[in-house]
Design a protein around this ligand. Structure first.
Ligand SMILES: [Zn+2]
Length: 410
């Protein structure tokens, strides 16, 4: 344990020095030709060739076991185009933007490993490149658990939510002043979501969220909060925390996933449910939680606090409000003739919908796996109609919701 802590310190000092000296003006790029992933002995060897040295840091995390390496300003685009070797012991390898200025590489591991070697070599080539050498050796579960439980240094870049206990329950909107709408473009950064025809769900949803924000502001009576404004990774818990901190009255998560069921097409509106409506809904929610967890930090302990103390409150008051919002959205999308899934109102255990006191829904605008839906999602005119339908639904819902709040107050 002490050895690893020392390694941390050394790494961080090396990085800090490098940051001061390098200026970080240019983006470093991954060079797949000089990079390699392979099994080595009983462990894993990963070499990464970068076009220039950058500050970086590395650690392991548990559940599932994974190696997480954060780098300043690296363009990982080449990783998707050119795989550079495989390891039987690495179940998944992904990389992408994490937070402004930082990118993350994640290796999902098949068991407990320790970082035996982690260094960045510079000056090896005339072009000024850098070679990252990572060596992982197998270790026992107890040793791994201790390493995975090490606290992050303060400089760790991941935006973390405030502790749940300090979040005060939101006072319910009663129709006075604008309705604050939190728009949550799904995925982002290291987690691109579904990908079809050279487009990513993360990019499509960010575009749509911006357009919907404009439509709501134009319509009047709404103020809008976005959980992300760029192509960066935002943990699910942080999305909820942003909505709380900004005083959101309602939360809309925006998605356009690919479906395993081949024929799926049209819009679907999800609310939080312990028991998913069907197997496809359960799988969709599981995949979203898993992809977010792989890239981020496990905050399950905190989630349990929310679950235990506040979920009852959610079930009593907030769940019926979310249900009515889901009904209003489906009615407005149907009225506009925009295409609904054959079973448009469903429930699943999406973590991002777990705000105890903010009515929350997740809208699958369509399925990127359906060519027709992908055309619609890519069409600005269709998106404008969808934004209009959502704005109309929010208006209808908020009037009825405020009337109910007034009744409850009497
Ligand atoms: Zn999604």
């Amino acid at each position: 344990m002490r050895v690893l802590a020392a390694l941390w310190a050394v790494l961080w000092l090396a990085m800090a020095g490098m940051a001061a000296g390098q200026g970080l003006s240019a983006l470093a790029r991954l060079d797949p030709a000089g990079s390699r992933l392979r099994d080595a002995g009983g462990g894993i060897a990963l070499d990464l060739a970068l076009s220039q040295p950058v500050p970086w840091r590395v650690r392991v995390l548990d559940a599932p076991p994974r190696l997480v390496a954060d780098f300043r300003e690296v363009d990982w685009g080449a990783l998707d185009r050119t795989p550079f070797g495989t390891s039987q012991r690495v179940r998944d390898l992904r990389a992408g933007p994490l937070a402004p200025g930082w990118s993350r590489l994640v290796l999902e591991l098949d068991g407990p490993y320790r970082v035996a070697e982690a260094e960045m070599r510079t000056g090896a080539d005339a072009a000024g490149g850098a070679l990252v050498r990572l060596r992982l050796d197998p270790t026992d579960p107890a040793d791994f658990a201790a390493r995975a439980a090490l606290p992050d240094p303060e400089h760790w870049a991941l935006p973390l939510p405030r502790p749940a206990e300090t979040a005060e329950p939101r006072r319910r909107h009663r129709g006075e002043g604008p309705l604050t709408v939190a728009l949550d473009p799904g995925h982002g950064g290291i987690d691109p979501g579904a990908e079809r025809g050279g487009k990513t769900e993360a990019a499509l949803m960010l575009t749509f969220a911006r357009e919907l924000k404009e439509a709501l502001v134009r319509a009047g009576g709404f103020s809008v909060v976005m959980t992300r404004e760029a192509d960066v990774f935002v943990p699910l818990e942080t999305r909820i925390a942003i909505a709380h901190e900004q005083g959101a009255d309602v939360f809309l998560s925006l998605h356009g996933d690919a479906a395993a069921e081949g024929e799926a097409t049209g819009a679907t509106v999800y609310v939080l449910a312990d028991e998913a409506s069907d197997a496809a809904s359960a799988a969709l929610a599981e995949r979203h939680d898993r992809d977010s967890l792989l890239a981020g930090v496990d905050l399950k302990g905190q989630d349990d606090v929310i679950a235990g103390v506040l979920m009852d409150m959610a079930r009593r008051e907030t769940a019926p409000r979310s249900d009515r919002l889901s009904a209003a959205l489906v009615a407005a999308i149907a009225a506009e003739g925009l295409g609904l899934h054959s079973k448009p109102r469903r429930g699943a255990a999406f973590s991002v919908l777990k705000s105890p006191d903010i009515p929350s829904v997740l809208i699958e605008l369509g399925y990127m796996s359906s060519p027709r839906d992908l055309d619609r999602l890519s069409d600005p005119a269709w998106r404008a109609r969808m934004a209009g339908a959502i704005a109309a639904a929010l208006r209808d819902w908020s009037v009825a919701d405020a009337a109910e709040a007034a009744l409850l107050r009497q």
